[in-house]
Design a protein around this ligand. Structure first.
Ligand code: ATP
Ligand code: MG
Length: 405
């Protein structure tokens, strides 16, 4: 029989057991709950990291420049869309950068930065064959700026180095054109200057001044070359005005194209007569009105007709001037049946100072070689373009197209 204290003890023991069961049940629940909570947190953080990564990729893909992230071992871990586009067809990710970039000069800044930790950049000028664009490169010499800098150390696997590769070919070409222009202009100016100086020396040092006949001859040669200098300077100013791209460089107003043709033929009348050249004007609309700068259009037409006459001083040259308007465009052309332009020269004909060697005018005082580059720039400033075809002895045709007039 159970005694009172035993019952009490048993009851206490049972109560303690119950309490223990409850506590352990609660503990278990709590453990389960915190595991669940931790998993939810982990997933949430992972989602945030993934979001941050795709946001980063999205932003870097929007960059126009190629962007690479390279780890401390020189392996490419990230490449944006522009980088994939640039190195098209070549695997970039998980590859050593010095290998993936192919051209060692493109990897120079990166290698320096990896080695020293200091930022580095360099300008790399490549040939068409060594361009990272491979077969897509059609621009000849191409130029790139590579810029590498180490990023602050980061938890997962850093430090990374970022590399930006920027295409600066257009700037490089403009620089080159400017350098060539200055070099050519100085060269073209130096020749007449030297001639004038030579004659001056003769006049002064050899006492030619006392021989009026000789002095007059010398002075007239000097005047011809001085005129050439002022023409070159004048033409260079016109080109620089047209190239400034300012709308103010043009005085746009409506004018009759025919009046422009008449002006040019009037100015060249004595040459046309002397050369017994035949000029044929074909216009489907004598009242054709152009919206543009009449001064430049006269220059354009003058240079084209003058070129035809100047390059073909023999009698009997036929020169055609014409215009036609169709639905979308106005076409203007100048043709001649003279010596023509060799096909090897055609691609260069609109370049500044370019003249076809062995042409007639080279034996006399030269043109500046700026005429056609002014023609091209003036037409482009009006939104049009000019093309040339030439079958020597048959037809040389300069064809201008002006859209939507
Ligand atoms: P400038 O016009 O400055 O007096 P230029 O006439 O020599 O000098 P461009 O008008 O630019 O210079 O012409 C460049 C070259 O193109 C000429 O020197 C000539 O060799 C060639 N050329 C142009 N038009 C003709 C043409 N109709 N027939 C043959 N050759 C031409
Ligand atoms: Mg000319």
């Amino acid at each position: 029989m159970s005694t009172g204290p035993e019952i009490l003890l048993a009851t206490l023991a049972a109560a303690a057991l119950c309490a223990l069961a409850i506590v352990s049940f609660r503990l278990k629940k709590l453990r389960q709950f915190s595991r669940l909570e931790a998993e939810t947190c982990r997933q949430r953080y992972q989602r945030e990291i993934d979001d941050a990564h795709s946001e980063r990729d999205r932003l870097l893909d929007a960059l126009g420049d190629a962007f690479l992230l390279v780890d401390a071992g020189g392996i490419i871990r990230f490449a944006n869309a522009a980088a994939h586009e640039l190195f098209r067809g070549r695997e970039l990710l998980q590859r050593p950068a010095r290998e993936a970039l192919l051209e060692p000069r493109l990897a120079e800044s990166l290698l320096y930065c990896l080695e020293t930790g200091d930022p580095a950049n360099s300008r790399v000028v490549l040939s068409q064959q060594t361009s990272p664009r491979g077969d897509l490169e059609s621009r000849g010499v191409n130029a790139w700026i590579t810029d590498a800098a180490r990023l602050p150390a980061h938890g997962d696997g850093g430090p990374f180095t970022r590399v930006i590769i920027r295409d600066v070919t257009a700037e490089h070409q403009t620089d080159q054109i400017r350098k060539d222009f200055v070099a050519n202009a100085s060269h073209e100016l130096r020749t007449p200057m030297a001639i004038i100086n030579g004659y001056l020396e003769n006049l002064l040092d050899d006492d030619m001044v006392d021989d009026p006949k000789m002095a007059r001859r010398f002075l007239s040669v000097m005047r011809k070359h001085a005129e050439r200098i002022s023409r070159i300077v004048e033409d260079m100013l016109v080109i620089s005005r047209l190239e400034s791209g300012e709308a103010a460089a043009l005085k746009i107003e409506p004018f009759r194209f025919r009046s422009c043709v008449n002006d040019v033929l009037e100015r060249l009348e004595s040459v046309i007569r002397a050369q017994q050249a035949e000029i044929r004007v074909t216009m489907d609309n004598e009242d054709l009105t152009l919206e543009g700068d009449r001064f430049y259009w006269t220059q354009v037409l003058f240079n084209l007709v003058e070129n035809a006459l100047k390059q073909n001083p023999h009698p009997g040259l036929q020169v055609g001037i014409g215009c036609r308007t169709d639905a979308g465009a106005t076409h203007i052309w100048v043709t001649d049946n003279g010596i023509g332009i060799p096909s090897s020269a055609l691609p260069h004909i609109f370049r500044r100072f370019y003249r076809v060697e062995k042409h007639h005018s080279q034996h006399e005082i030269k043109g500046t070689g700026l005429g056609l580059s002014i023609v091209k720039r003036a037409i482009e400033a009006h939104g049009g373009h000019i093309a040339v075809t030439s079958i020597p002895g048959r037809e040389t045709k300069f064809h201008i197209t002006l859209p939507g007039i």
